[in-house]
Design a protein. Structure first.
Length: 144
């Protein structure tokens, strides 16, 4: 009987001790939003910084002239015809010479070197009137 009384008292005491420990523990709050607006702002500012840095470097390289993208007027495309979706024929003027070039993906071939220069006018119409002038006259109603 003593043993059963001792076990009951021990069980009650341990339960009371456990209840007091639970009351003393701080309650954990539930996290509702693991990613906040501050995190989004930080990512956005980081990406904006990288884009600005790339643009600044491109401007600096172009400004200092490390990459020469100009032909200084010595090379000019005079005209061209598209043959297929990937192939073209170009008339290129290099200095005083004019070359007829075949252009395909991965290959440029000289088709012919012209003896006489082909002069190109600014207008493609026989009467010399540009498309913009014709359109303006049409829109104004003087269809002459």
């Amino acid at each position: 009987m003593r043993l059963s009384l001792f076990l009951i008292l021990h069980l009650l005491a341990s339960n009371l001790y456990a209840l007091t420990e639970e009351k003393d523990k701080p309650q954990l709050s539930t996290v509702t939003d693991p990613i906040g607006m501050g995190d989004f702002a930080q990512v956005f500012l980081g990406l904006a910084f990288v884009v600005v840095a790339i643009l600044a470097m491109a401007w600096l390289i172009k400004r200092t002239g490390f990459v020469n993208t100009r032909a200084n007027g010595a090379l000019k495309v005079v005209g061209g015809i598209t043959l297929t979706q990937r192939e073209r024929i170009l008339l290129v003027q290099v200095g005083e010479k004019q070359l007829l070039l075949g252009v395909a993906p991965g290959r440029i071939t000289t088709l012919h070197e012209l003896e006489e220069k082909i002069e190109t006018g600014t207008s493609s119409n026989a009467d010399g009137e540009s498309f913009a002038k014709k359109l303006n006259s049409y829109l104004r109603g003087s269809r002459s």
